[in-house]
Design a protein around this ligand. Structure first.
Ligand code: UD1
Length: 449
C-alpha cells in the first residue's frame, strides 16, 4: 500500500471542541447513593478486541463517555459495524473492515486509539496508525507498543507521523520483555498474540484489573490466554476467534473520585457497584488519613470528617503500577491532602506531567510546593476558596470539581469537555448527592469577582 501521509497532515484540521464550563457552589456535604459506571480503561480495550473476530461481540455496562464515543466513531470509520441498542450496551461486528488506517484525527482526540494496532495487525496483516503524540516524542510515547509488535515479527516503519505496520504472513509468537510496566503496551501485545502463530510470553505484564477484564473477554472469544504468574501473561495463538458477550468491570478510578468527594465535603455516601478489592492501596491511604470507609459485598460506604475540621492526618503518597497506588487517583487524593493537618509528600513515579494541575489547586488556596515534575509537598489544612480555574486533562478536571465542592463560594471551571472524556454524567451524579453543580456552554458564565 503506497500512501502519502503528508496529505493527511495538510488536510487535517482539529475538530471544533464544544467548550463548556462547570459552575460549582461549594460547601455542601454530599449525601446519598451513587451508582458506579463501567471502567473507561476496560471498555476502550474491549471494543478494540472485538476487531479480532468477524463475529458479533456484545458489551454491557459500557460507560457513556466521550472516549467511548470516539472509539466507536474510529471503528465505524474503519468499516466496523457498531450498534448501540440501549444505553450502556454496544454491539460490534467487524466482518468487513475496509480501511486499515487510523488517522491523526482519531489519535489526536484519544491516545487510546493506538490500542487498535495489535488487533488490526494480527487479523488483517497490515495497518497504518497515526502516532498519538503526532511527531512529539517524549511525553506518552508508544515505543513499547511498537517494540512489542516487532518482537512478534511485524515490520514497522515510521514516516511523517505515521506507523506503517505489516505482518508478512502471520505474526509469530515470541518473548516480549518490557523495560517497565505498561498497561496499554501489555494489552496491545496480548491482543496481537491471540492470533499469532505459536506461543507468546509477556513479562513484566501489567496487573491492572482492566487487563484481567480483557483477558476474561478474550477467553470467552476462544483465545488461549492466561496470567500464569502475577507479572506474566502467556498466550497460545489461535487461527480465529469467535464473538462473545461481556459486562465491563466497574470503574475503580471513578469510585476513588467519589470516595474523595464524600471525604472532602464531610459527607456520607454509599457507592453502589464499587470494586473494593481493586482499590487496596488507595483505601489504605485514605483510611490512614482518617476517612471512614466500610466495604460491603458490592458497595463502599464512606463517611467524611466535618469540612474544615482538620481531623484528617497528612500522608505520603507514591504512585506505582497496580497493585500500587494508581497514578489516576493521585490528583483527587491531592485535594484530600489539602484538608489534612501537617505536611504530605507526593511522589508521582509514572508520568511527568501529572503535577502541573496543582498550580490551579493553589489558586483555590491550597498551600503546596511543586519541587520538580515528580515531587510536591502539600501543607494543610487549607480553607479552599472559589476561583476561576482551567482544566488541562481528565483526572485534573475531576479533581478541580472535588476542590470546588470543598471550597467556599462558587467556582468556575473551564474545560469541562476534558471531564466528559472519562466520567459518565459526572454532574448528574454529584447533583444526585446534593451538590450544586451545573455544566454550561462557555460564554454564558461570568467569572466571579
Ligand atoms: C494507562 C491508562 C491510564 C493510566 C496509566 C497508568 C488507559 C487508556 N490509560 O495508560 O489511565 O494512568 O495506564 O496506570 O488504559 N511508556 C513508554 N513507552 C510506551 C508506553 C508507555 O515509555 O510505549 C511509559 C509511559 O510514559 C509511562 C509508563 O510507561 O511513564 C507507563 O505508562 P502506561 O502504563 O503505558 O500507560 P497507558 O497504558 O498509556
Amino acid at each position: 500500500m503506497v500512501v502519502d501521509t503528508r496529505l493527511f497532515h495538510w488536510e487535517y484540521e482539529p475538530p471544533p471542541v464544544e467548550h463548556e464550563v462547570f459552575r460549582v457552589e461549594g460547601g455542601v456535604p454530599l449525601r446519598g447513593e451513587v451508582a458506579i459506571s463501567g471502567a473507561k480503561n476496560a471498555a476502550l480495550k474491549l471494543l478494540a478486541a472485538a476487531t479480532l473476530t468477524g463475529e458479533r461481540c456484545r458489551f454491557t455496562n459500557v460507560p457513556e463517555i466521550e472516549d467511548v464515543r470516539v472509539m466507536v466513531e474510529t471503528l465505524r470509520d474503519l468499516g466496523v459495524v457498531v450498534d448501540h441498542p440501549a444505553p450502556n450496551v454496544y454491539e460490534v461486528a467487524s466482518g468487513d473492515v475496509e480501511w486499515l488506517f487510523v488517522p491523526l484525527e482519531a489519535a489526536a482526540k484519544m491516545r487510546a486509539s493506538f490500542i487498535l494496532l495489535g488487533p488490526l495487525l494480527a487479523r488483517f496483516g497490515q495497518v497504518i496508525m497515526s502516532n498519538p503524540g503526532g511527531d512529539r516524542i517524549g511525553r506518552r510515547p508508544v515505543n513499547l507498543h511498537v517494540d512489542a509488535m516487532r518482537a512478534l515479527g511485524a515490520e514497522i516503519d515510521y514516516r511523517n507521523g505515521y506507523y506503517f505496520a505489516r505482518a508478512p504472513g502471520r505474526l509469530r509468537g515470541g518473548e516480549i520483555r518490557f523495560p517497565n510496566v505498561t498497561v496499554m503496551g501489555t494489552e496491545n501485545a496480548m491482543l496481537a498474540a491471540t492470533l499469532a502463530e505459536g506461543h507468546t510470553v509477556i513479562r513484566p505484564a501489567a496487573r491492572e484489573p482492566e487487563v484481567d477484564d480483557l483477558i476474561a473477554m478474550l477467553q470467552k472469544m476462544g483465545a488461549e490466554v492466561e496470567r500464569t504468574a502475577p507479572d506474566t501473561i502467556e498466550i497460545q495463538g489461535r487461527r480465529r476467534l469467535r464473538g462473545a458477550e461481556h459486562s465491563v468491570v466497574p470503574d475503580r478510578i471513578e469510585t476513588g473520585t467519589f470516595v474523595i468527594a464524600a471525604a472532602v465535603t464531610g459527607g456520607e455516601v454509599i457507592l453502589q457497584g464499587a470494586p473494593c478489592d481493586d482499590l487496596g492501596a488507595f483505601l489504605e491511604v485514605v483510611t490512614r488519613m482518617g476517612v471512614q470507609v466500610a466495604c460491603g459485598r458490592d458497595s463502599i460506604e464512606v463517611r467524611g470528617a466535618p469540612r474544615g475540621s482538620g481531623e484528617y492526618r497528612a500522608c505520603d503518597v507514591e504512585t506505582a503500577p497496580y497493585p500500587g497506588f494508581a497514578t489516576d487517583l493521585q490528583p483527587p487524593t491531592s485535594v484530600l491532602l489539602t484538608q489534612a493537618s501537617g505536611r504530605s509528600r507526593l511522589h508521582e513515579t509514572i508520568f511527568e506531567d501529572r503535577l502541573e494541575w496543582l498550580s490551579e489547586l493553589a489558586r483555590m488556596g491550597a498551600a503546596l510546593d511543586v519541587i520538580d515534575s515528580h515531587h510536591a509537598t502539600i501543607d494543610g489544612p487549607s480553607r479552599l476558596h472559589a476561583a476561576t480555574v482551567e482544566i488541562g486533562d481528565l483526572r485534573a478536571g475531576a479533581s478541580l470539581i472535588l476542590a470546588a465542592l470543598a471550597a467556599d463560594g462558587t467556582t468556575t471551571i473551564h474545560g469541562a469537555h476534558h471531564v466528559r472524556r472519562g466520567y459518565e454524567n459526572i454532574e448528574g451524579k454529584f447533583v444526585g448527592l446534593g451538590a450544586r453543580i451545573e455544566r454550561l456552554a462557555e460564554g454564558t458564565v461570568t467569572a466571579p469577582a
